[in-house]
Design a protein around this ligand. Structure first.
Ligand code: ADP
Ligand code: MG
Length: 598
């Protein structure tokens, strides 16, 4: 008996959909790209429940004939290429002819479409690859496609979707990638009847401004210098931020031939151009557009992959680096007053004054051990229980269950302590000499404390004398909104001020004398980069970010009391030898090793 048979299209399409349509954001990307390929000037996106129940895209593009409306949902049906050779002169976003076939295999799709030359349009309805209706209809020129109940027939996929907030952020990020390369097209994005983005047609700069811009944020476009380089191999243009406007949380975008791409190697070229101009973890924001002969890049781009291969990456690296360097050099010779915007009161221009670079103000007299009630009692702690006064139900971990050898609670409480090199605490114990990294030890202690405070909603708040404003792009507004309860629980007094900003009236007591905005931005950055999607995950990031910012720095001289305070608390944390990121806190120089030296 023969065993092989061809899969029905509906099954093949569902398998393909597994690759192409992974989440609402990938579906949105395909639909909007189709609208742009159809030459639309105006694209409306309407979303319900982060795309779970509805993703609708309405365009005023070329529309489809009655026949094409049906064919569009077939696999490998495309109007964009005819033969393999066409792949090498590709100027459209799509070309595989897979997207609509995949989408209609895993959702309920209703589409109306009409070409300018036709008097009537076509309505077609497809549920899980089955055409349930096709008829003549009256509709405007263009295409209106409604994708309902995505993954209705693929429960596993549905289960793997993240929270609405995360899926909405994914939708917005995907949307940014596209709208940033089509500034001449008018876009709107509506979620649950709320207009999240309204982007009128304009220039690239105006588009960046409309998404990320805000006088309170450093991505404000007057903080940018233009780059522009034309060579035989590649044309590069775009905007890079002035070094003093770098932030910890930067927006870094590359586009090639109208398509978003990730390119770590080219990112390095940009960073190299900035070398010596940035401090610490500060990152430049940039929006860089490459124009290159399609033959010089790998065209067989997978729809869900954003990495793109170039034929001669080293040369482009050099061109890009030189281009950025030249732009930054030009700018540093130019006057720093921005005469184009003479009204510094309305819009404080980041460029009009030598900008206070790291926004964290350092108070040299700051001593975390001699401040504010709940966390650091004024009186020196006599025993560790005192430190947790007022905190309910503290879970104390049995001291180092895994390695009783290195440092016991008794050691921490009684053995002599010295500080070495402004960096280490030294504790001689029965087993040898224990080195404790003071900064990391304090991070571990604070981290455990913040986690506990989050659990019990017991953060200590310090009112700010001067409220601060945290202005954010839409996707990050969504992100902060998700964490709002926990940010408040830990001590931030934070309220939404406008559709794109929060006001901060108070901060956790442990960071009372620091600027709140960079710390909140750091939290957002960590949560975003780690895809912290559950409450437990984002609590970890909040706690770690605050601990990193509040921990005593290297170089700080510690009294014996302070050292003992840190150590007694450190040994009670769940894993006192390492930070969650794996970095060593405690290290033992054993008697044996010491003996070998003599
Ligand atoms: P691809 O974009 O790779 O060609 P799709 O499955 O996304 O494949 O779309 C199939 C075809 O349907 C496209 O080639 C195009 O001819 C047509 N089409 C899809 N969406 C639109 C639209 N919004 N307006 C006009 N034509 C469209
Ligand atoms: Mg397409």
């Amino acid at each position: 008996m023969d065993l092989i048979h061809l899969l029905p299209d509906s099954v093949a399409n569902q398998i393909a959909a597994g690759e192409v349509i992974q989440r609402p954001a990938s579906c949105l990307k395909e639909l909007v790209e189709n609208s742009l390929d159809a030459g639309a000037h105006r694209v409306q996106v309407i979303v319900r429940d982060a795309g779970r129940t509805l993703l609708q895209v309405i365009d005023d593009g070329c529309g489809m004939s009655e026949m094409d409306a049906r064919l569009a949902f077939e696999r490998h049906a495309t109007s964009k290429i005819r033969e393999a050779q066409d792949l090498f002169s590709l100027r459209t976003m799509g070309f595989r002819g897979e997207a609509l076939a995949s989408i209609c295999a895993v959702a309920q799709v209703e589409m109306t479409t009409r070409r300018a030359e036709d008097e009537t349009g076509t309505l077609i309805e497809i549920h899980g690859s089955d055409v349930v209706r096709q008829e003549v209809c009256s509709c405007p020129v263009g295409t209106n496609i409604k994708v309902s109940n995505l993954f209705f027939n693929v429960p596993v996929r549905r289960k793997f979707l993240k929270t609405d907030q995360t899926e909405l952020r994914n939708l917005l990020t995907e949307f940014y990638h596209i709208v940033l390369v089509y500034p001449k097209v008018n876009f709107t994005f509506v979620h649950n009847d709320e207009i999240l983005l309204e982007l009128p047609a304009g220039t690239e700069k105006q588009r960046i401004e409309a998404i990320f811009g805000n006088p309170k944020r450093n991505v404000y476009t007057s903080a940018f210098v233009d780059i522009n380089t034309e060579t035989e191999m590649v044309n590069i243009h775009g905007f890079v931020i002035k070094p003093e406007n770098a932030t910890k949380k930067a927006e870094q975008y590359f586009f090639v031939n109208g398509r978003y791409m990730r390119h770590p190697y080219f990112q390095k070229a940009v960073l190299t151009a900035y070398s010596g101009m940035l401090t610490g973890e500060y990152q430049p924001s940039f929006f860089i557009y490459f124009d290159i002969n399609p033959e010089a890049i790998d065209v067989n781009i997978h729809p869900t992959k954003t990495e793109i291969k170039f034929a001669d990456e080293q040369t482009i690296f050099q061109i890009l680096m030189a281009s950025v360097r030249e732009a930054l050099g030009k700018f540093s010779l130019a006057p720093t007053i921005d005469f184009e915007n003479p009204d510094p009161l309305d819009f404080p221009q980041p460029s009009s004054k030598p900008v206070s670079q790291p926004q964290v103000t350092v108070d040299p007299t700051y001593n975390p051990f001699h401040t504010r009630g709940a966390i650091y009692p004024d009186r020196a702690p006599r025993n560790w229980e005192d430190l947790y006064e007022g905190l309910p139900n503290i879970q104390t971990h049995p001291a180092q269950p895994s390695d009783p050898g290195i440092l016991s609670l008794a050691d921490a409480e009684t053995c002599p302590l010295w500080q070495y090199g402004g960096k280490y605490i030294l504790a001689p114990t029965a087993n040898g000499l224990v080195f404790i990294n003071q900064h990391r030890a304090h991070i571990a202690v604070l981290y455990a404390q913040f986690i506990e405070q989050l659990k019990h909603m017991q953060g200590a708040m310090q009112q700010l004398l001067f409220p601060e404003v945290l202005a954010l792009p839409k996707d990050e507004m969504v992100l902060v909104n998700t964490m709002l309860g926990d940010l408040r629980a830990i001590g931030f007094d934070i309220e939404q001020l406008s559709p794109d900003s929060y006001s901060i009236q108070g901060v956790p007591a442990q960071i009372a004398n620091m600027s709140a905005v960079p710390i909140l931005q750091d939290i957002i950055l960590q949560v975003r980069d780690r895809d912290a999607d559950t409450q437990a995950e984002w609590r970890e990031q909040i706690a770690m970010s605050l601990a990193n910012n509040a921990a005593i720095p290297y170089g700080k001289n510690l009294t014996e009391e302070e050292m003992r305070d840190i150590l007694t608390r450190l040994v009670q944390t769940a894993n006192y030898r390492r930070l969650p990121n794996g970095k060593t806190i405690v290290s033992l120089l054993s008697d044996e090793e010491i003996g070998k030296r003599f």
